[in-house]
Design a protein around this ligand. Sequence first.
Ligand code: PBG
Length: 337
Amino acid sequence: MPVPTALPIVAPFPAARFRRLKSHAALRALVSETRLTPSDLIWPVFLCDGTDRRQPVPSMPGVARLSIDLLVPAAREAAALGIPAICLFPYTDPALKTLECEEAWNPDNLSNRAIRALKDAVPDLAVMTDVALDPYNVNGHDGIVRDGVIVNDESVAALVRMALAQAEAGADILGPSDMMDGRIGAIRRALEDEGHQNVAILSYAAKYASAFYGPFRDAVGASGALTGDKKTYQMDPANADEAVRLVARDLAEGADMVMVKPGMPYLDICRRVRDRFGVPTFAYQVSGEYAMLKAAIDHGWLDGDRVILETLTGFRRAGCDGVLTYFAPHAARLLNG
Ligand code: PBG
């Protein structure tokens, strides 16, 4: 018998009725291709100084900056919901912003104090940080600015100091989000030299110059500060091949995991990265995606619970191992039933 060279993928109707396997919830569950669980989520949180402070972020209804004493119980609850990691973003007092961004590596800056408090109170929860200078920069840029130019190599040196201070404070995962060239290798070498071999790097490898970051810049107090745009370091939304090269570069320099950011408009990039490299791949459902969904949910135009889980499932279906999302606690509660 000759072996058939091309099997038909789908039998003709009525042998194939796609509605058969949709006809019963148990059958639908049986053939479901994608799983979403709380352990796929990383929760980004905004910090503010002081005590007993909860400052709502106007462009992100439902999200507030938390002082460390309020962050700790919120983090404990996230861990109890099964969320494995939290990612910290400090709001920095404008008086602490400088041209050299020294506050970024102050061992007692807000972010580093929060790391210590979290590792002390909720040791099972992984703490991730953002490695970029924008919260501490009078210019609002992720790197150091000299004569209007974001200088790469000096910025990398500053980022290394920042990363080491975060590792010293106890961070489990560093998230370089600055898009300077060579920062992953420089940070990895410094971590090795200073005895932080097990601190992981989740590189914001394919980070686009996106209008979807607007609400985030309000939340960390960087929008007023930013002069110009970030197009000389973040990616052109028109590019995809470049994302593949950037991921390859960051992996070669020592990244353990990679991120695509923003999320929903870039699922094609997630899929390409996952298929090409097979490394832990994350997407960031960013502030503007949150704001867009939340506005429609709050107007009653979208069914919130359903749309949140649908978007997060979409990331998993596109190949992501996990998602950074401001919806993390809400989604985890839904998933836990
Ligand atoms: C800073 C940083 C940004 C975000 C994460 N880290 C903003 C930016 O690059 O301007 C955006 C996150 C979000 O919009 O939710 N390097």
